[in-house]
Design a protein around this ligand. Structure first.
Ligand code: GLN
Length: 481
């Protein structure tokens, strides 16, 4: 039994009887016990995973209908709700919150017989890029435990990279699936806005965020998308994708396709290693028969500022509900009057969340909105029209996912602006609603580098074809853990 397997190979092996679902689940739980003390990808584990596995084995041996997932183990970011399990958002304020309902994505997985291994670590409320802002301690990068795994879905990416599950679900508001995927050498997709239901995802900035799959291979990403995508009556922003099969024709190739290399994301600010990997990737795309040329989207330099203005505004409003009345934790509340009770409760937020709430109160406020919030919305509209014109000419837009490789813990945590600028290459897909994928491309000096491919809205099928083609050009080492 090989825990490094892909989902598709796992399913074939279970179908052919090479091992049972219970055997694989037990081995996965053992792997978590062996390595998660170091990696800290998980915040909690699903105690009934083995029982779930036995139930699926029983269906298999009785010849009953089994869901398409055949019991493969998947971890879920801890800002996605599952009935009866703790959902903390890696925050002290939700330390004891037990979700009363299950997110649509998880219901879909469970009805297709996937097994949830547990909930994964993140930056508090998905705000950050390293998992250092988790209230429960950081996740370590399985490629080198001294390095950050990226974020905010760092636990999700690390759990897949460290073979503590076969796939994971993260959330991506400004890069939180793609960045850790790039830092941990796994595949991460931020789908078109609305392709995947957000019902049961605890909101950070709901107008631009999406749940996205984290997998070992591009084909697994297509497989998972087939299971979780689609319209949901519980989320009115979802779009119809009827009859889409993201695996079918995935090997079609990209012969004759036009690729725009985004100038603003590839000229300044890249580390020499990332810059040289990007040049190689462009050559690979050419070898695959695509035509590559530089394209400029002049609004990009303003996107990080616009992103933080818009997301902080939404976060300020979304997080107002944590007043310790509707959700909360225990403390000796006697003697507090209403305002001081709420203020005291909200001291449970960590520094990054507080920073965003303060910013989110200021930028949309009367007298300042024109200068900040409305301007940010204008940047967003301008960016969308630039991206739409680019997609009239190009099938794909490319850049490295992150301008740098993973860095050491503590290196950037005291410098919020530097951290924010690392979102430079990822926020465009969120602000425009376009799909984008990070594909593992190189491991240089023992640390991963991912390439980003952005597609036009609802073009996931073609996006995965390009990602698969690029993946076929790589030959990456195995994680040393
Ligand atoms: N680093 C970005 C932020 O802190 C992205 C987070 C995300 O995508 N959830 O907002």
């Amino acid at each position: 039994m090989n825990l490094k397997t892909s989902i598709l190979d796992y399913i074939n092996d279970v179908k052919s009887g090479s091992f049972s679902v219970e055997e694989f689940t037990s081995a996965t739980i053992q792997r978590i016990k062996d390595v998660d003390g170091d990696v800290h990808a998980y915040l909690s584990l699903n105690e009934s995973a083995i029982d779930d596995a036995r139930a699926i084995d029983k269906k298999i041996s009785a010849g009953e209908k089994v869901g398409t997932c055949y019991g493969f183990p998947i971890s879920i970011k801890d800002n996605i709700c599952i009935t009866g399990s703790k959902t903390t958002c890696a925050s002290k304020i939700l330390e004891n919150f037990v979700a009363p309902y299950t997110a649509t994505v998880v219901s879909k997985l469970q009805s297709e017989d996937a097994i949830v291994t547990g909930k994964t670590n993140l930056d508090e409320f998905a705000m950050g890029l390293t998992t250092e802002f988790s209230a429960y301690g950081p996740t370590k990068n399985p490629w080198n435990l001294k390095y950050v795994p990226g974020g905010s879905s760092g636990g999700s990416a690390a759990s897949v990279a460290a073979n503590e599950c076969l796939a994971s679900l993260g959330s991506d508001t400004g890069g939180s699936v793609r960045n850790p995927a790039s830092f941990c050498s796994v595949v991460g997709l931020k789908p078109t806005y609305g392709l995947i239901s957000r019902y049961g995802l605890i909101s950070y900035a709901n107008s631009i965020e999406q749940i996205g799959p984290v997998t070992k291979t591009v084909k697994d990403c297509g497989f998972l998308l087939n299971v979780i995508a689609g319209q949901d009556s519980n989320d009115d922003t979802t779009i119809d994708n009827a009859n889409s099969d993201y695996l079918n024709d995935i090997e079609q190739g990209i012969e004759g396709k036009n690729i725009g290399i985004i100038k603003e994301m590839t000229s300044d600010g890249l580390s020499p290693e990332v810059s040289s990997a990007t040049k190689n990737a462009i050559q690979d795309f050419e070898k695959l028969g695509a035509h590559c040329e530089e394209v400029s989207l002049p609004t990009i330099p303003y996107t990080v500022a616009a992103y933080y203005t818009i997301t902080s505004t939404e976060a300020g409003s979304n997080l107002a509900r944590y007043d310790n009345i509707r959700y909360g934790y225990d403390f000796e509340s006697e003697g507090y009057e209403y305002n001081s009770y709420i203020s005291k409760s909200r001291t449970k937020f960590g520094p990054e969340v507080i920073r965003r709430i303060i910013l989110g109160g200021f930028v949309p406020s009367a007298g300042h909105a024109g200068k900040y919030f409305l301007k940010a919305l204008k940047v967003k509209s301008k960016l969308i029209s630039e991206a739409n014109s680019a997609f009239e000419k190009y099938d794909y837009l490319i850049s490295p996912t992150a301008p740098v490789q993973p860095f050491q813990f503590g290196e950037k945590i005291d410098d919020p602006v530097t951290l924010m600028l690392l979102d430079y290459n990822t926020v465009t897909a969120n602000l425009t609603g376009k799909p984008a994928i990070s594909v593992p491309y190189r491991v240089t000096d023992g640390l991963p580098i991912g390439m980003q491919i952005i597609g036009d809205g609802k073009s996931e099928k073609s996006l995965l074809q390009a990602a698969y083609a690029l993946e076929s050009k790589t030959d990456l080492p195995e994680v040393p853990l």
